[in-house]
Structures are given as C-alpha cells and as structure tokens.
Write a protein that binds this ligand. Structure first.
Ligand code: GAR
Length: 213
C-alpha cells in the first residue's frame, strides 16, 4: 500500500476546481525551510492546473533553501529574519507591510515555522492557509512526524487548513492519509507525507479561490 491518498474523496480534481477561475490569484508563500511545497505550487501554476501567481516568497531563515528554489522559478524572494525583531507582532508587521505592497490575495504558509499573531491574521482574515504534516487535530506543533511515530499510529497524513491564532488549528480544507510502515524513520515517513502534501496544497488553494473569495 504505497502513496495512499484520500484527498480525492473529499475534493474534486484540481483541473475542475480551477476551470471557472478568471484573474490569477496573487499568492505569497511564507516558508522557513526546503520549499518543496512552494515548488509544488509553482509546478501546478506552470502546468496550468492552478490559476495563480506566486508574487513573493518570504523566508525567515537565511539558510532556507526555499530562496534558491524561488530564484530558479524567477519568483522574488525576501528574507525577513525573525531574529531582527524583539516582538512577534513587529516581525508580523514587517511581513504584512511586504504583503500589502505586493497586493497579495492569499498567504500560503508552506513550512512556516513561526507562531503567527493577530497582526498577520487580522490583515488577511480567512486568507491564510497552513499545511501541517499530520492528520490534525492529532499531532499539532513541532515534530509532528516524530510525534506520530512515537504514538504508534498506523495511519497519519497531512492537513491543509485556514490559519487561526491557535497553532495548527483552524477550519480544515483538505486532508490526505498516509500509511505508517514498521520500518519507517522520521525521514522516510515525512518523505511519504510530502508526496501527498504536494498534491493537496495546490488543491486547497484552488478550492479557496473558487469557494472562499
Ligand atoms: C512540510 O512537511 C510542512 O507540512 C511542515 O514543514 C514542512 C515543510 O516542507 N510544516 C509544519 O510542520 C508546520 N507546523 P517544505 O519546506 O519542503 O515545503
């Protein structure tokens, strides 16, 4: 049983979700790490499956590989280092100013490892999407994959949801289930989860653009 996904059971194919779309959605991606989910969004746009444009990638960690990926896709990227701010609210305010300058419609937290405040949430009410590597509400917070392995679950997965003040909470948009194998390590399980993340994140964005605008 490889690459099991239930996402199609609860969401139509991406092409059906996007065919009604008019003007491309202007997206911002917030990312802290590798940026494979950013790349999945970029590929969905490139293939015509998602009617959107990533106008900016904001990253908070100078080492984040997402900046190279953004460069490869010719997407502008901006480092806003959280270490330069003493308050979370001031960090979020700097982000909001960049997002407003870029006239962003939707904000996608794709591996954004910062706790968000009302400063960001109120500036983009119900327009912030988060992806998390577990079947929420199970295993919120950091090390979700390790938490699932430690709990001994046989099925885990990933969730795309609207962001709210509580970490990894908020209305669920799409989930995909992923089997846990006895020989799994955090790395092997995370890799299997990420295959599903790359499918459901573009689906969720398309769903939002059709149904929540
Ligand atoms: C993804 O697995 C995402 O679900 C997770 O970070 C990874 C980023 O991967 N997010 C969280 O844990 C948020 N709580 P990527 O940088 O390759 O897109």
């Amino acid at each position: 049983m490889n690459n099991v996904s239930n996402s199609r059971l609860i969401s139509p194919p991406l092409s059906e979700l996007t065919k009604k779309s008019g003007k491309p959605l202007k997206l911002a991606v917030l990312a802290s790490g590798q940026g494979s989910n950013f790349e999945a969004i970029a590929q969905s746009i490139d293939s015509g499956q998602l009617n959107a444009q990533v106008a900016i990638v904001i990253y908070n960690n100078p080492e984040a590989q997402v900046s190279e990926r953004a460069q490869n896709w010719q997407v502008p990227s901006l480092l806003i280092n959280h270490r330069d701010f003493s308050r979370r609210e001031d960090f979020d305010q700097a982000i909001v100013e960049s997002l407003q300058r870029a006239e962003i419609d939707w904000v996608i937290m794709a591996g954004w490892m910062r706790i968000v405040t009302t400063v960001l949430l109120n500036a983009f009410t119900d327009r912030i999407i988060n992806i998390h590597p577990s079947l929420l509400p199970s295993f919120p917070g950091i090390r979700a994959v390790e938490q699932a392995l430690a709990a001994g679950v046989k099925i885990t997965g990933c969730t795309v949801h609207l962001a709210t003040l509580a970490v990894d909470s908020g209305p669920i948009l799409i989930q995909a289930a992923v089997p846990v194998f006895p020989e799994d390590t955090p790395a092997t399980l995370h890799a299997r989860i990420q295959i599903q993340e790359h499918l459901i994140l573009p689906q969720a964005i398309a769903f939002c653009s059709e149904n929540l605008l």
